[in-house]
Ligand binder design. Structure first.
Ligand SMILES: [Zn+2]
Length: 271
């Protein structure tokens, strides 16, 4: 058998990398996407349903309606944004869902494909519908920017030496499940809460502000929300959301600096 020259290997590898790259909306950052989107989505839908079975949905009708309303409003804004930028394709396999669970935990997350959970424990800090839109916009932004795919890729690399997700699931189901939980901010149940990367957080803040503004929520309330969140760490263990989302001075400064951009979308939505 003839051996394939080195430069052909390199070429094939480069094509593989190019094919594995996607672009984050708004920021235009190129990201590596090694896990097939279909694998991420099927695991997401499975884990999301399992979570809902194991956890109690809120019985507060008014708050539940608010969570679904804010979610749908921001979903529509995201779909509009992607349509305006010829990126609707990126959302075609999403199955949006917005649920409020009864829990004293201060937390919220969004799994791939638009599967959102808000914990009732965060509502005293969001205070009102616009405050909730800050959290909802941010979480939806993580899903739209596919940050979870990146976190899982990195996690698989560190924990399993880079096994494919499907192989990892088959051979190391518990490690893979814990990795998944930590990657999406539900690690409290398995004892691991990892702060998300600053890059992802900045990106989700920026996109989240734009999406909430497009949905008609004043993005300026984000600054007050994060100030209230930063007060939560006083006394006792920090809430889950704060473990994954440090609410420090830098974050508040970055959000303030991004407001003029988001305000343009808010004024358009208003007018
Ligand atoms: Zn985040």
């Amino acid at each position: 058998m003839k051996t394939i020259p080195y430069h052909i290997h390199l070429l094939v590898f480069m094509i593989f990398l190019l094919a594995s790259c996607s672009t984050v909306p708004v920021t235009g950052r190129k990201q590596l996407a090694l896990i097939p989107s279909s694998t991420m989505l099927s695991m997401s839908f499975q884990q999301y349903d399992a979570f809902l079975e194991e956890n109690k949905l809120s019985t507060n009708q008014e708050q539940t309606r608010m969570v679904k309303r804010v979610g749908h409003n921001i979903q529509k804004a995201v779909e509009q944004y992607m349509a305006d930028n010829n990126r609707s394709d990126a959302l075609k396999d999403y199955h949006w869902e917005f649920n409020l669970v009864e829990s004293s935990e201060v937390n919220a997350w969004c799994m791939p494909g638009g599967k959102v959970v808000i914990y009732s424990g965060i509502l005293p800090i969001t205070q009102d519908e616009a405050g909730l839109a800050v959290v909802m916009g941010h979480e939806i932004a993580h899903a739209v920017a596919r940050h979870g795919d990146e976190r899982m890729s990195q996690g698989l690399l560190v924990q399993t030496g880079g096994l494919a997700l499907s192989t990892a699931l088959a051979t190391k189901p518990e490690t893979t499940r814990q990795l998944w939980m930590a990657a999406f901010g539900l690690g409290a149940s398995v004892g691991v809460m990892l702060p998300y990367s600053r890059l992802h957080e900045n990106e989700a803040d920026r996109l989240g502000l734009i999406f909430m503004a497009m949905a008609g929520y004043d993005p300026r309330v984000a600054v007050e929300f994060w100030k209230r969140m930063s007060q939560e760490k006083k006394g006792g263990a920090p809430p889950e959301f704060l473990s994954t989302h440090p609410a420090d001075e830098t974050r508040i400064q970055n959000i303030t600096a991004r407001l003029p951009e988001a305000m343009k979308y808010y004024q358009k939505a208003d007018g």
